[in-house]
Design a protein around this ligand. Structure first.
Ligand SMILES: [Zn+2]
Length: 321
C-alpha cells in the first residue's frame, strides 16, 4: 500500500477505535446496581484538584499512542478541574452518597472505611480506563491486520484483557464483601503526611511486585496480579500519600514502599492520570517532561525511568490504618 493510502487507512481505523471506546455506556460499578454510570471524578474536585489549580485549571497528559506529537508540550493540555479525572464509574446515587465521606474528610478523621472507599474508587477508575483502552486497542489490532500496531501494543492489550477477565471480578468481590459486611480487617493503609503541597494529584492501581523491569518476567501474564491502591492527595499546605492493600499483598506492598524513597519514581512510573499544578508544570525542563512522557507511556514495555528530585520530599514514618 502506498504511504498516503496507508496513512489514510490508519487514521480511519484509529477514529473508528476512538468512536467505539467513547460509545461504551457502562453500568454502575457496584455489581448489584443496574443504573447507568454517570461521570464521576476519580480525584476529588474540592479536595484535591482545587488545591493544585490556577484559575480552576490544571495540566494533564493528553496521550494518543497512535499520533505521537513532536513537541513535548503537545503531550500535555490544560484542563478545567470540573472536566479533569472524569470516568464513568458509578450511578448518581452511589456517586453522591457512598463517596461523600471520601471527598469531605478531615485528616484527623481518617479511618479504615474512608481509605477503603478511596481505594475502591481508584480501582473502579483503573478498570474503566482498561475497558476503554482495551476496546480501542482491540479494534485497532483487529482492523489493521498487522499493518501498524507493534508487538508491545499487542501484549499490553493481552495484559489488559487478562486483568479485566480475572483480576477485575476478584478484587470487585473482595471490596464488595468488605463493604457489605462492614468488616475492614482484610485491608490496611500506609499513609504519609508531607509538609508541603507538592503540586500534583493522582490515583492509580499499582502491582507492588513491579519494582524493576526484570520483575515483568517473574510471573505469568495469566496469574492474578497483586494490587495496591495509590493516591496522592494535595491539601492547601500539605500532601497526603496513601498506599492501601489487602492483607494478602501486605508484604509485597511494604517491600515496594521500602524500595521507593523517591515519590517521583512511583508517581511517574506507575500512574496513568497525573494532574499538575500549572506553575509546577511550567517549572519543569523539556528533558524532565520527556522523561515523564516516557515513564507514563502505556504502550511501551515498562522500563523504569529515574527522576531527579522534583518534589523535594521523602517518604518516611507512615501511619498505618
Ligand atoms: Zn449504583
Amino acid at each position: 500500500m502506498c504511504s498516503v493510502r496507508a496513512e489514510h487507512k490508519k487514521r480511519q481505523i484509529i477514529d473508528k477505535a476512538n468512536r467505539r471506546a467513547k460509545k461504551l455506556r457502562p453500568k454502575c460499578f457496584f455489581s448489584s446496581c443496574s443504573e447507568l454510570a454517570i461521570n464521576s471524578h476519580s480525584q476529588s474536585v474540592g479536595r484535591s484538584l482545587k488545591n493544585i489549580s490556577v484559575d480552576d485549571k490544571v495540566i494533564g497528559l493528553s496521550i494518543d499512542p497512535f499520533r505521537p506529537p513532536e513537541d513535548v508540550d503537545d503531550w500535555f493540555k490544560e484542563i478545567g478541574i470540573r472536566q479533569a479525572s472524569l470516568f464513568k464509574g458509578f450511578c448518581w446515587k452511589h456517586d453522591s452518597e457512598f463517596f461523600r465521606s471520601v471527598d469531605d474528610f478531615e485528616m484527623a478523621d481518617m479511618d479504615k472505611v474512608t481509605l477503603a472507599k478511596l481505594a475502591f474508587r481508584t480501582f473502579a477508575m483503573a478498570v474503566r480506563i482498561k475497558q476503554q483502552e482495551s476496546c480501542r486497542m482491540s479494534t485497532v489490532i483487529k482492523e489493521s491486520e498487522g499493518i501498524f500496531y507493534t508487538d508491545d501494543l499487542y501484549y499490553h492489550n493481552v495484559g489488559q484483557r487478562v486483568f479485566l477477565k480475572k483480576d477485575f471480578p476478584y478484587y470487585l468481590s473482595k471490596f464488595e464483601k468488605m463493604f457489605n459486611s462492614d468488616n475492614y480487617d482484610d485491608v490496611e493503609s500506609a499513609v504519609f503526611l508531607l509538609n508541603r503541597n507538592i503540586g500534583i494529584s493522582c490515583s492509580t492501581v499499582i502491582d507492588p511486585t513491579l519494582i524493576s523491569p526484570k520483575n515483568l518476567y517473574d510471573h505469568d501474564i495469566v496469574d492474578l496480579q497483586p494490587a495496591m491502591f495509590f493516591t496522592v492527595l494535595p491539601d492547601f499546605a500539605e500532601t497526603t500519600v496513601i498506599f492501601t492493600y489487602f492483607i494478602n499483598d501486605k508484604q509485597a506492598a511494604l517491600n515496594f514502599i521500602g524500595e521507593h524513597d523517591k515519590l517521583e519514581d512511583i508517581v511517574f512510573n506507575h500512574c496513568e492520570d497525573v494532574l499538575f499544578n500549572p506553575h509546577f508544570f511550567h517549572s519543569l525542563t523539556d528533558s524532565q517532561k520527556r522523561k515523564i512522557v516516557k515513564a507514563l507511556a502505556p504502550w511501551i514495555v515498562w522500563g523504569k525511568v529515574q527522576f531527579p528530585d522534583l518534589f523535594k520530599v521523602n517518604l518516611t514514618s507512615p501511619n498505618y490504618y
